[in-house]
Ligand binder design. Structure first.
Ligand code: FPP
Length: 232
């Protein structure tokens, strides 16, 4: 969700106003995802590296996250959304962690859209933790090192229970992945959209989904093989 700062700067506003407008995009995109029947939506809301931003920006972002969790609770529960979180959740301040834990528990049995917030999240950090868990399993005798393949390591990732990642969208025109879902993007379609996140609303998202539908995903196969398998 990139471009909040530039959106604010273009208007002569403090950066936090960009994040506030970005939170409105979060609400719109989440609602659209649910109405559109998407299985899962994961939002990169705060990276492991974002802690190094100015303290007042970090505090403002934490307050916006808290407000989102409190204000959207009823909508999440009324619409069967399951809230999840990935990242170093223990590092978050209580004002976010408490409503987050509460809503995760309350929504755990919901069967609609899985809305995952990536908070204090880093893709490399996440892979390193999975490797650590695999080593522990091996030391405890539950896993033979030679059995450790991509599927088994992937099962230790916090995204293991999510469906495979189909589409990654980065807003604001930057063409980087910035430590997001490094493992999971293996066969995802990537889209770099020239719209700042606070301006990114359901119409922009719908265009991305149309673009996604028009792509041929081959997963290492040839087009001819794909055509053959669709005839079966
Ligand atoms: C990156 O843009 C954005 C963030 C670090 C924060 C994203 C947070 C929100 C959209 C609001 C709160 C989230 C939820 C889930 C309610 P940037 O600040 O790096 O933008 P810039 O590159 O233009 O400076």
């Amino acid at each position: 969700m990139d471009g909040n700062g530039r959106w604010a700067q273009q208007r002569g506003l403090p950066r936090l106003e960009g994040h506030r407008a970005g939170a409105d995009s979060v609400r719109d995109i989440t609602r659209f995802s649910r109405e559109h029947g998407l299985e899962a939506l994961t939002l990169y809301a705060f990276s492991a590296q974002n802690w190094a931003r100015p303290a007042d920006e970090v505090r403002g972002l934490m307050e916006l996250l808290r407000d989102f969790l409190v204000d959207e609770r009823a909508e999440i529960m009324d619409n069967g959304i399951r809230l999840e979180a990935i990242g170093e959740i223990a590092q978050l301040p209580g004002l976010v962690r408490e409503p987050l834990d509460e809503l995760r528990a309350a929504s755990a049995e919901n069967h609609g859209l899985v809305l995952t917030l990536a908070l204090s999240y880093g893709g490399r950090e996440s892979i390193a933790r999975a490797a650590c868990a695999a080593v522990r399993a091996a030391l405890a005798g539950g896993l033979r090192p030679e059995e450790l393949d991509a599927d088994r390591l992937g099962a230790f990732l916090p995204t293991a229970k999510l469906p495979p990642l189909d589409l990654l969208i980065r807003t604001s025109g930057e063409q980087r992945v910035s430590n997001f879902m490094l493992w999971e993007i293996a066969y995802a379609e990537l889209m770099f959209v020239d719209v700042l996140w606070p301006d990114f609303r359901r119409g922009d998202f719908a265009k991305c989904l149309d673009n996604f539908d028009a792509r041929e995903r081959r997963f290492g196969l040839t087009s001819a093989q794909l055509a053959d398998s669709s005839d079966v």
